[in-house]
Ligand binder design. Sequence first.
Ligand SMILES: [Zn+2]
Length: 143
Amino acid sequence: MLIPGSCHCGNITFGLTWEPEPMQIPARACDCSFCTRHGGVWTSKPTGSLKIVVADPLLVSRYSFGTKTAEFHICSRCGVVPVVTSGIEGRLYAVVSVNAFDGVASSLVQRAAATFDAESEDVRLTRRKRNWIADVEYREGSA
Ligand SMILES: [Zn+2]
């Protein structure tokens, strides 16, 4: 299954390949101070592959806080945050926002609360290496 997603204005788009086709998509409603304010609900398929395309990188604000090990890619034109990336040991990992999905039945998405605030940085990076999408292509400029 190829899951398309984008910010509202289309500056940031992604395609997440999820095989085998999911019966449900587990999503984490993160309760960190940023995601609470933004309504961030994230998913990832560790064995999936993700292609992120940013049409105009000047219209993307990258925001980090706390351990500064993750970057929220915020479209500065429309304000949506479709993806988060984390560079760990030379590899780019990512999660995507289920709120940015295009044309995916919402009944497929199983939302659950998630808390990561108490994690140490080591524990956090280890979890991301295990759970986040590990095959990420990031491209700038129009196709
Ligand atoms: Zn946008």
